[in-house]
Write a protein that binds this ligand. Structure first.
Ligand code: AMP
Length: 515
């Protein structure tokens, strides 16, 4: 089933209700959005000559045109590649090249970077800036009928950084998106046409995925004018659009809970904050519950299972008198209705209750595989189970608690950073002989990036600003280390593998109270 059918349906049934809002202003009714979707799809197919299955990248900050592009792409039977707009131009290039993207839709803020990829990315034929004159022309093309999408047809290539240091495209099919949407109604919240979803977090990630069940039920999608997270703006939007829910990383929840303007209006106007993507400290969660009331639901997921593995419901959060309340709110919750979750040992054998092993997942939400990466796909989906790379344990009631990550992933401000990509960037500096990057607990960001660097010439270690520049020239700004440590050597085991745990322990000792 094609998700764009939802826009078409509400275009008939709720013709005059608000579908898309930019800040407090109505951007489109359902009738207008449905007509625009069918015309844009016509423009993509006829004017730009795209065929079903071709890839369309979306590189833009949150704005109504993002959703216009996404649903028009699907209406036309094309595959969307929503790219994290905060990545570096070279990272855009890699994703566009790897996905074989033919057309990129971008906005004014990113146009220069994306335009510069013409010629460099062989498959890229057209770059369209939205809003803009070309976009308007595509939107006035003759409408085309909704294209059929089979359950296994790819719909969304979700690029996630990998341990290899190169992003991989989790291929999400039409059925994956449908199952994740239905699962939202089963385990998070029912949604009505009177509700709204506020997209304060990037649409290329959880916010976009959780936008789907809202479009499915005819709720309003609200795009903040700032394109991001601003307390005063969010407070105003909660009042303008009652019944609003939003998806946020824990660091963002913490920030908003401490914002007096948001806290003042949230109890009366907020429906649910869906948080996840990284661990949340208990003290921060308690503050958020005090500020927002029992309106928090946690989710645990990955791009590979469109953010749908377990959930900790609002009811679980609210049940503060429960003897295991503290344990529960530090877990990631209970398996989603449509998902099987197991904890297994290194040989994929299920482990008993309470033992820590790798979390593996099976169900209709699990991706078809990594786009054009058969080896990585076979490794990750072995035995018919998705291997998440997360380590956890399940208690006797079935709640899953994450203990560690088997991969070295750092999550800072809700953004995933794979140390390998930062290390590779640093190694471009001739003065760097070796580099190891780890995360350090950070009260504001969850974790912050720290780089341990061995200098080529120990008497002339490269200065921090040069190391910074080396990173900024290659990777997204948010991935750049916040702290550089020049060391004589990196701790290694007998096989020469760097012992990152020792580096983390070293930082933990520095952070220990009493120092
Ligand atoms: P991504 O594919 O970018 O969404 O990253 C997924 C990873 O984020 C997971 O494999 C986990 O390591 C982490 N993660 C997601 N949700 C949670 C959560 N609720 N608590 C702790 N870590 C999480």
């Amino acid at each position: 089933m094609n998700p764009a059918v939802w826009v078409e349906r509400h275009g008939r049934r709720h013709r005059d209700r608000t579908a898309l809002a930019e800040g407090e202003r109505v951007h489109a009714t359902w009738g207008a959005w449905a007509a625009r979707t069918a015309s844009l799809a016509g423009g993509l197919r006829r004017d730009l000559g795209l065929q079903p299955g071709d890839r369309v990248a979306i590189v833009m900050r949150n704005r109504p045109e993002y959703l216009e592009a996404l649903y028009a792409t699907w209406h036309a039977g094309l595959v969307a590649v929503p790219v994290n707009a905060r990545l570096h131009r070279d990272e855009f290039a890699y994703i566009l090249e790897h996905s074989g993207t033919s057309v990129a839709v971008t906005d004014e803020d990113h146009a220069q970077d994306v335009e510069s990829l013409r010629g460099r990315v062989a498959s890229l034929r057209e770059v369209v800036v939205a809003p803009g004159e070309r976009w308007a022309r595509l939107a006035s093309a003759p409408a085309v009928a909704l294209t059929d999408l089979g359950p296994h047809d790819p719909a969304w290539l979700f690029y996630t950084s990998g341990t290899t240091g190169r992003p991989k495209g989790a291929t999400l099919t039409a059925n994956n998106l449908l199952m994740a949407s239905l699962s939202y109604f089963a385990d998070i919240d029912p949604v009505s046409p009177l509700d709204a979803i506020l997209h304060a977090a990037p649409l290329s990630h959880g916010s976009g995925l959780y936008g789907l069940p809202h479009v499915a039920r005819g709720a309003t999608s609200v795009l903040p004018e700032s394109g991001g997270v601003d307390g005063d703006e969010i407070a105003a939007l909660l009042q303008r659009w009652p019944g609003t829910s939003f998806f946020a990383a824990p660091t963002m929840v913490k920030r908003l809970a401490a914002d007096p303007a948001v806290a003042a209006v949230a109890p009366a106007h907020l429906k649910t904050v869906i948080y996840g993507g990284a661990p949340m400290y208990l003290a921060d969660l308690e503050d958020a519950l005090d500020a927002f009331g029992p309106r928090l639901a946690q989710i645990y997921g990955q791009g590979e299972t469109p953010m749908t593995i377990t959930a900790l419901s609002a009811a679980d959060h609210a049940d503060r008198d429960h003897p295991r309340w503290r344990e529960r709110v530090q877990s990631v919750g209970f398996p989603r209705t449509d998902v099987e979750v197991r904890v297994v040992d290194e040989d994929d054998r299920p482990l008993p209750t309470g033992e820590v092993g790798e979390v593996v997942v099976r169900g209709g939400v699990v991706m078809a595989g990594y786009w054009n990466e058969p080896d990585a796909t076979a490794e990750t989906l072995r035995g018919g189970w998705l291997h998440t790379g997360d380590m956890g344990s399940v208690d006797d009631e079935g709640y899953l608690t994450l203990r560690d990550r088997s991969k070295d992933l750092i999550i800072s401000g809700g953004m995933n950073i794979y140390p390998r990509e930062v290390e590779e960037a640093l190694l471009h500096h001739p003065g760097v002989r070796a580099a190891a990057v780890v995360g350090r607990p950070d009260p504001q960001w969850g974790e912050s990036v720290v780089a341990f660097v061995v200098a080529t010439d120990p008497s002339a270690a490269p200065p921090t600003d040069e190391l910074d520049r080396t990173c900024l020239d290659r990777i997204a700004r948010y991935k750049r280390p916040k702290d550089y440590r020049v060391v004589d050597a990196l701790p290694t085991n007998n096989y020469g593998k760097v012992l990152k745990r020792e580096l983390r322990d070293l930082l933990a000792r520095e952070d220990a109270p009493g120092r």
